[in-house]
Design a protein around this ligand. Structure first.
Ligand code: PHE
Length: 384
């Protein structure tokens, strides 16, 4: 025998609708409202006689425990204060549609099957579906990548879980370099049995992809490498244990530091506006020699260090913002890939790496990096 719901709907055709609690008050609400309407329409179609019609009406419109009353309790009353207005509008829209639907439903014919056509008013506003948008960090990375693509660079990628060899050894980090310490690096557990260079870790920068690419492609090469990296930093407004970098590498015969400067100066103007200036200060990285940190003139205060009478915070009143690390590829690095055409006596190159999250913070005037990774729709919606 077939089991039946109160009004002649085979149980296996139509699961009984019940009002669920919301997980958030925008996307989840829109989806839940849509689901509710579909359920009501389906039930309306299955109403076959007057008894069922009465049951159907009570179930949806009943004052004490009807579905609309439950929606009021579960969606509207529980909504956080700042979402109440928006939720109120949505719930009222939904109630109006359900009411029309239920009141427009007539009992079906004598054959006991659904012949009812629910009264759907097609002039009622539809349900707004929020469409997705690019995350501000990805958007920034894509912009950086496209600046270099226009210069003829191609995109290379590599694994986030990396070996000690690619992350450190082949990049000329000496065995006891502090970056290899657990202070900065997140190591994968249970690797002690492996030879040191094969031990796995979360890459601390995108630079290992320099080596991986040079192993595969002979010179000349020009590549940009966007990707996720990890460092053992406690989260705060400017640090996150997971963040993003965009790396670059150009290798050819006769590449000089002037090429590095010209390329990066162009890229910064393309990213931050043609009036920004660039400025290089000596620095150190094991895999570049010489190395530099590049600064751009502060595009918030125009380089003056002041915003009106106030000190400019993003550049700490210096007029300059540190954007990236760079340098000429160290010959020792080429030695690791010399069998693939990278003879340090014949080729030279430059490399650079920048933090995409930090650039996104500056570009959009966001003051806490954590906001990028909490997945709060109210924050992310502002970039749509
Ligand atoms: N990998 C360096 C970092 O993460 C940045 C860098 C890349 C420096 C390429 C020089 C050349 O800090």
């Amino acid at each position: 025998m077939q089991m039946r719901l109160p009004y002649s709907v085979p149980l296996f055709d139509l699961p009984m609708y019940s009002v669920s609690k919301l997980t958030d008050y925008s996307a989840a609400l829109a989806a839940a409202a849509e689901e509710c309407i579909r359920a009501c329409e389906a039930e309306a179609r299955s109403v076959s006689d007057e008894t069922e019609l009465k049951l159907f009406r009570d179930r949806w419109l009943g004052r004490k425990s009807g579905i609309l009353t439950q929606i009021n309790e579960l969606w509207l009353k529980d909504a956080p204060k700042d979402a109440k207005r928006e939720v109120g509008i949505r719930v009222n829209e939904l109630k109006a549609r359900i009411q029309k639907l239920v009141e427009g439903t007539r009992a079906g014919g004598t054959d006991g099957r659904a012949t009812t056509v629910a009264g759907v008013d097609i002039t009622l506003p539809g349900i707004r579906r929020s469409i997705g948008a690019e995350h501000p960090v990805l958007k920034t990375m894509n912009e950086i990548v496209s600046v270099f693509q226009k210069l003829g660079y191609s995109v290379a990628k590599g694994p986030v879980v990396e070996t000690d060899y690619y992350n450190f050894e082949a990049l000329n980090f000496p065995p006891n370099h502090p970056a290899r310490d657990t202070q900065d690096t997140l190591f994968i557990a249970g690797q002690a049995a492996k030879p040191p260079r094969e031990r796995l870790l979360l890459r601390t920068h995108t630079s290992p992809v320099q080596i991986r690419t040079m192993e595969k492609m002979r010179p000349p090469i020009r590549i940009v490498i966007p990707g996720q990296v990890h460092r053992n930093d406690p989260p705060d407004a400017s640090h996150s244990p997971m963040f993003h970098q965009v790396e670059g590498l150009a290798v050819d015969t006769d590449i000089t530091f002037s090429d590095l400067k010209g390329t990066l100066d162009h890229a910064m103007k393309a990213l931050f506006g043609s009036s920004v200036k660039t400025h290089f200060r000596p620095s150190f990285f094991p895999f570049t020699e010489p190395s530099a940190e590049m600064f751009v003139s502060c595009f918030i205060c125009g380089g003056s260090g002041k915003r009106g009478a106030e000190p400019c915070r993003p550049c700490k009143q210096t007029g300059w913002i540190e954007i990236l690390g760079c340098g000429m590829v160290d010959p020792n690095v080429f030695d690791f890939v010399k069998d693939n055409g990278y003879d340090p006596r014949r080729v030279s190159g430059f490399a650079f790496g920048m933090g995409a999250d930090r650039i996104a913070l500056l570009k959009y005037g966001v003051d806490d990096i954590q906001l990028f990774f909490q997945g709060d729709v109210r924050f992310l919606q502002q970039f749509a």
